[in-house]
Every structure is written in C-alpha cells, then in structure tokens.
Ligand binder design. Structure first.
Ligand code: AVJ
Length: 327
C-alpha cells in the first residue's frame, strides 16, 4: 500500500549542504546576525526537541495532542466536510503522533482516502511509513520527501479528489506574521475552491507562560539553540566556542513575537571554512521566532490569504487552536 517519491540521495545531500553554507554565511554577514530555525533539526536537534516536548514548561505539544485525542470527532467532521471524496496531505508530518488519532478515527469510520505525509526528513518518513503500516494497516500512504510547496504540487497532481491539508504543531509560528501571510497565500494558490486546511496555531496567553515555555529551567531549549552552532562546526568546518555563547529568550505580548537569540559573551572571531565572522561582546544572533496569535488574528490570517474560516477547536485551557479553513 505504500509508495514513495524520493530524490536520489547523494545529489540531494550535496546541494542541501551547499544551501546550508550559503544560508549560514548570508545570515551571519549582515549587520544584524541571524540563523534559520529550520536548521535546528539534525539528529541531535531532533533528540533535543523531543526533550523540549517533555519539559514541564513546554505546553504546546500537549495542548494540540489533547485536541487530537479528545476532539477527534470534531476534527473528522472538519475533514469530511460535505462528504465528498478527499485525500489528506500533511505538511511537516514528522512522526504524525497527533494526526494518527485522526487517521485511525477515519479508518474506523471506513472513510476512504489516501494519506500523503510531506516532510524534509526522509528518515522520519520511512519510520512513519513503517509504523503506520503496522498500526493502521488499512491506511493508504504515499509519502513525499522534500520542500513543502514542491511536494504539495506533486501531491495535488496525484489526485483529482478534494484536498485537505494538515499544517499542525504551530509550525506556522516559526514564520514572522508577514511571511506567514505569504505562506498562506501560496498555499491557497495551490488549492481549489472547496479544498480545506486544518492549521494548528499557538495562542496568546499569560506572557510568563509563553516565555518560560522557551526558556525552560533545565536549559534544554538553550542547548537546542546552541546545537545549531555545533552543527555548523561539524558540517561547515567552523570553530564556534559554544561556551562563549548564551541563550536569551524574549516575548513581546503586544506583537505576540516570541524570539530566541544567542548572545556572544566576548569579542571573538569565528572561522567558517575560509570565512571569518567577527562578534562583539553582547552581540546577538537571532535564532527563531515562535509567533503567537489571538483567535481573531487567526481568522484574519485566513481571510487575508483567501480562505474562509469555517470552524475551530481549542484545548481545555484555550491555549492552542486547530482551525479549519476552506478555500
Ligand atoms: C516546532 C515550531 C512548534 O516554536 O514552539 C520549541 C519549536 N523551538 N522550542 C515552537 C521550538 C523552541 C516549536 N515548533
């Protein structure tokens, strides 16, 4: 039942490394230094993110998990809509822990559909395929490894049915609001009227709760951020002294921007391959945004990108929302 579309591995690895190098050098050469959070997830980064999800302060995953465990029926109704035939595409499926509740529910209800998980990690996809074929053997799976939009295009070309796109895990939060809007517009452009999106968004709440979720007492989030420097050292032949950088977290309740930085603890010059990058004491590297929204702002994002918000479910604390939009 399982088919995959994958790019030959060696070619893919080389160009990925070149792109990594370009992005890192470009990000560190500007007047304001920054790195891209999509590069957090190497093997060690995956492991540290697992640990973050187990931190008492990091509520995000548990909130959305609660929604998928306790409001599966409602989610299923979002997907089934008018009952017309559909296929289910998940952007950034990862290990699909949350969506698996929905998949199982739909299979139990004998709803016919193909599940198309899209992820940039081929490793994660093969593990997912294996697990799903043993845990939900009746599920048709067609996984797609690569960039969201490239693979979305492929997924859309595979099927004439109505499309339902899952974008869970507050992944949209890793884009600044303007980028999120552009992303949502591009997503809309790849869909037809009647297609749907189910999108997970972390909501504004007490600012301390948010800041502490990204600044846990055990320092795992700090290690998660610093790990990107270690990855740059290893993969791009650089010489960051990890002990000379410190994690700093900021949450601005007005804008809803939760941002993480690394701060240089001294004047230092870092070498990346043949390039030198000077850091002043107290200079920062902007690492990641985890943008928070109100329910109203989520509805506005839908409208501004050409979707109609149809329904949503929040967890029992009202901290997280899975919203359903129709194209
Ligand atoms: C994977 C985007 C959901 O922003 O909450 C967690 C990543 N970074 N702690 C988030 C993250 C630091 C996470 N998402």
């Amino acid at each position: 039942f399982t088919e995959s579309y994958m790019v030959p591995q060696a070619a893919q690895k080389k160009s990925a490394l070149e792109e990594f190098r370009r992005d890192v050098l470009e990000g560190l050469n500007g007047s304001v230094k920054k790195l891209q959070s999509k590069y957090f997830y190497d093997k060690e980064g995956d492991r540290l993110f697992q640990q973050i999800m187990n931190c008492p302060e990091y509520y995000v995953t548990n909130c959305e998990l609660e929604i998928f465990q306790q409001q599966t029926e409602l989610l299923a109704r979002m997907v089934i809509a008018d009952g017309s035939a559909f296929d289910l595409i998940e952007l950034g499926a990862g290990d699909a822990t949350k969506s698996q509740y929905l998949l199982q529910h739909l299979i139990n209800a004998e709803v016919p559909f193909t599940y198309m998980p899209i992820d940039i990690s081929g490793n994660i996809l093969s593990e997912l395929e294996e697990r799903l074929s043993s845990e939900i053997p009746a599920l048709r799976v067609r996984s797609l490894e690569g960039d969201y939009f490239e693979m979305l295009q492929k997924a859309v070309a595979f099927t004439l049915k109505r499309k339902v796109v899952l974008l869970l895990g507050a992944n949209i939060g890793n884009m600044a609001p303007q980028d999120a809007l552009e992303f949502a517009r591009r997503l809309r452009a790849g869909l037809q009227p009647g297609d749907r999106v189910v999108i997970g968004v972390d909501l504004k709440k007490h600012p301390r709760v948010i800041r502490e979720a990204y600044d846990d007492r055990e320092g795992i989030t700090a290690r998660f951020n610093l790990n990107l420097l270690a990855r740059i050292n290893r993969e791009l032949k650089a010489d960051f002294d990890i002990a000379q950088f410190e994690h700093y977290q900021h949450y601005d309740p007005d804008s809803g921007a939760c941002k993480s930085y690394l701060v240089s603890l001294c004047n230092q010059v870092i070498t990346i391959g043949k390039k030198e990058i000077p850091f002043a004491k107290d200079e920062t590297i902007y690492m990641e945004i985890s943008q928070k929204y109100t329910l109203n702002e989520v509805a506005m994002l839908a409208a501004d990108s050409g979707f109609i918000p149809v329904s949503h479910c929040t967890d029992s604390k009202g901290w997280f929302v899975d919203a359903c939009w129709v194209a």
